[in-house]
Design a protein around this ligand. Structure first.
Ligand code: OSB
Ligand code: MG
Length: 369
């Protein structure tokens, strides 16, 4: 297919609840929505970079710059045989995985549509529903945390993840375990600790956690191996795995027993599938993480989550948990059994509300042949 038109939109959407992690508090989501037109079809993708360089070094501004000045010129007018070709095409641009992902996802959407298949099947997925978990931000008090978790458990979510940081860890886990003894529970530190905290992680072993996510440095895989060797709870890596090579290194070193896969972090769906396959071959379960995506990025996450080694509930929750009005209509909803139904239409299989998308866009830029 020949890439005829690329449109970037800088979208701002208020969050239903502020989201607080060890690196900060967000009240609004900012993303770049990518629309690509080719062969009479339209594909969408999302660069979920956010406002500041906290989770990774990327921001909406760096995405815009790298897309406008480097990636879009590589794409425009090009005849592509498959979305896999993008890995090589984009390789000269070092890093900037979120910038790449928005464009790459739009091409996957187009290719799946051209094949007349839902993206989930086109990627090799098998499920028609995915298990949904929820990521609960740092709350003003333990009481507020328990109330929030209670509401999500009531709603049917299959797994609860809480954000932790020094001072908001053991006591929070202990309180959750005494109120909800059986709830599948995990903690995400977003790199807030160091190897000096091994004792603290040993104490957390008492709470029957599914895993502890990214406890140490955002770019570390060496200290994580040392920590994993000293605790019972499985370490899961998020920030540290930015390429399939990092996944291989982490597995070889024993840095983790589980990997959180986010297409946005690893440069797209192609790399996400490669990490999935590598983990499958080494018998490591994976799950699909999130970056508070709008319905467009969420549709890609849902499709990715249907691959067989996504064996644990992910952070792909229903739209209403983030946004009052999503960019897609209908929005993603949670089934009573805590699953989300995978769209069956061609490509991402959701309808983008173009009018609302324009209404949420602070700026847009179109590149045409
Ligand atoms: O570390 O997984 C993370 C949100 C923003 C940045 C980093 C993370 C998260 C989440 C929320 O945990 C996942 C979601 O609900 O989309
Ligand atoms: Mg995380």
């Amino acid at each position: 297919m020949r890439i005829e038109r690329v449109e970037l939109r800088d979208v701002r959407l208020p969050l239903v609840h502020p989201f607080e992690t060890s690196f900060g508090r967000e009240t609004q989501q900012r993303v770049v929505i990518v629309r690509i037109d080719a062969d009479g079809l339209t594909g969408y993708g999302e660069s979920a970079a956010g406002i500041g360089p906290w989770y990774s070094y990327e921001t909406v501004e760096t995405c815009w710059h790298v897309q406008r000045d480097f990636l879009v010129p590589l794409l425009l007018g090009r005849a592509l045989g498959s979305a896999d070709e993008l890995t090589e095409l984009f390789a000269p641009v070092r890093g900037h995985n979120m910038a790449k992902t928005g464009l790459e996802q739009a091409i996957w959407d187009l290719c799946a549509q051209a094949a007349g298949e839902p993206l989930s099947r086109f990627l090799g997925g098998e499920r028609d529903r995915i298990e949904s978990g929820v990521s609960v931000g740092i709350q003003p008090s333990v009481g507020a945390l328990l109330d929030r978790i209670g509401a999500f458990v009531e709603r049917g979510y299959r797994r609860i993840k809480i954000k932790i940081k020094p001072g908001w860890d053991v006591a929070a886990a202990e309180a959750i375990r005494s109120r909800f003894p059986d709830v599948p529970l995990m903690l995400d530190a977003n790199s807030a600790y160091s190897l000096d905290d091994v004792e603290l992680f040993r104490r957390l072993d008492a709470f029957d956690l599914m895993m502890v996510e990214q406890p140490l440095g955002h770019d570390d895989i060496v200290d994580h191996a040392k920590l994993q060797a000293q605790i019972e709870t499985a370490v899961c890596l998020d920030e540290s795995i930015v390429t399939p090579e990092h996944a291989r290194w982490a597995i070889e070193l024993g840095s983790c027993r589980i990997i959180n896969i986010k297409a946005a972090r690893v440069g797209g769906l192609g790399a996400a599938v490669r990490i999935h396959d590598l983990c499958r071959d080494h018998d490591l379960p994976v799950w699909c993480g999130g970056l508070l995506e709008t319905g467009i990025g969420r549709a890609h996450n849902v499709a990715l989550s249907t691959l067989p080694n996504f064996r644990l509930p992910g952070d792909v929750s229903e739209s209403a948990r983030y946004y009052k009005r999503d960019l897609i209509d209908p929005a993603f909803e949670l089934n009573p059994d805590g699953t989300i139904t995978v769209p069956t239409g061609p490509g991402i299989g959701v309808t983008v509300d173009e009018e609302w998308l324009d209404g949420c866009a602070a700026r847009s830029q179109t590149f045409e042949l």
